[in-house]
Design a protein around this ligand. Sequence first.
Ligand SMILES: NC(=O)c1ccc[n+]([C@@H]2O[C@H](COP(=O)([O-])OP(=O)(O)OC[C@H]3O[C@@H](n4cnc5c(N)ncnc54)[C@H](O)[C@@H]3O)[C@@H](O)[C@H]2O)c1
Length: 406
Amino acid sequence: MKRKTICVVGLGYIGLPTAALLASFGYHVVGVDVSTHVVETINQGLIHIVEPDLDAYVRSAVTAGRLKAFTSPQAGEIYIICVPTPFHEEEGIPKPNVDFILAATRSIASYVKDGDMIILESTSPVGTTQKMADVLREVGVDISTIYIAYCPERVLPGKIMMELVENDRVVGGLTFEATQRVASFYRSFVRGQVLETDAKTAEMCKLAENSFRDVNIAFANELSIICANDGIDVWNLIKLANRHPRVNILQPGAGVGGHCIAVDPWFIVARDPENAQVIRVAREVNNSKTDWVINQIRIAASDAAKKIGHKAKIACLGLAFKPDIDDLRESPAVYIAQVLLSEGYDLVAVEPNIQEDNRFKLTSLEEALSSSDVLAILVKHRQFIEIEKNGKFVRDGVIDFCGLSA
Ligand SMILES: NC(=O)c1ccc[n+]([C@@H]2O[C@H](COP(=O)([O-])OP(=O)(O)OC[C@H]3O[C@@H](n4cnc5c(N)ncnc54)[C@H](O)[C@@H]3O)[C@@H](O)[C@H]2O)c1
């Protein structure tokens, strides 16, 4: 049987692994990205992002001629849209920005024909799949003959190639037939269950999953401040509380980062500000935890300066938005370091997962340990856990915001 041609629009952290995986299942895949650098890199069989095993998948797909990248859309029978969905930076409640999705939809419109499937995987506000259909209709596409559905992506960076196959998926079409056709396509490469629903429920499902995480982390972050004010070790407290058979408190940290959990809850709040109260407050609590951390570092720097008689040297340990990755997007640690630098502090950063960053002076862990007066541990990287185990963090000026020993 001839395998269908799949056009994947947006070849980033989600689109490229998806394109390469589909190629490994025998599909002919054309990838599209507006970045020439991305397209050229992929066509050389190389990758522009860090993700375990992805390089081997891409190399083999490109060499076999089953994956080719382009800077403009190509015809296919299935279109998968994986472009960014940030929010508009403005005062008040951040508003979702679906411009990339609508631009991607317009860009494929002239290639879409009867019987094609169009799938949106970008995390999107409720109603976006319908908006895509409206855009297609406006430019003259007969949408009664095509199958449009939403299928949220739930993979964890670092495990994407495995989770693309193993995770359960939710598919919601604009029509019953669209749900069925698209679900059947996912069943051709997903080993997890493919669960069928409608488009709005599928869109909300992804937003609810990430908001659930955000609310639970906010609880832990709030608790960490209350405990610090009372001289209680929050990590030990959580360990004890979690021995209750029905309690599972998450770990606090320097805030919440990344382009998913720190962003997606706003899509719910923007749609229904009156009722999305817990979700909104959780976002605010997680953001304010980062401000609290900054203040703790200022206090430690001032105490150290009094002791040593000159300006204290601060080292921020970790810049990534979570442990053991190189992704600095929406990272609270980056924000913390930037604010302190803008206030004139003498600051270096240690980030074992990146080589350079023109915003900060990067240094080694050893150098930071020997020459800094205040060490703010912001990310639970494995290298820092090792140092903690060896007792090298037992000294004045070390503040652990992520519970290295927990
Ligand atoms: N990265 C994750 O772990 C993750 C997990 C679940 C869901 N998501 C969601 O998936 C979507 C994509 O995220 P990502 O991390 O892959 O983003 P990304 O920034 O890594 O990649 C997006 C790519 O789309 C390209 N692009 C933008 N507009 C385009 C257009 N009109 N035509 C073609 N290409 C275009 C960009 O150049 C970029 O390479 C987002 O909605 C995100 O929230 C991401």
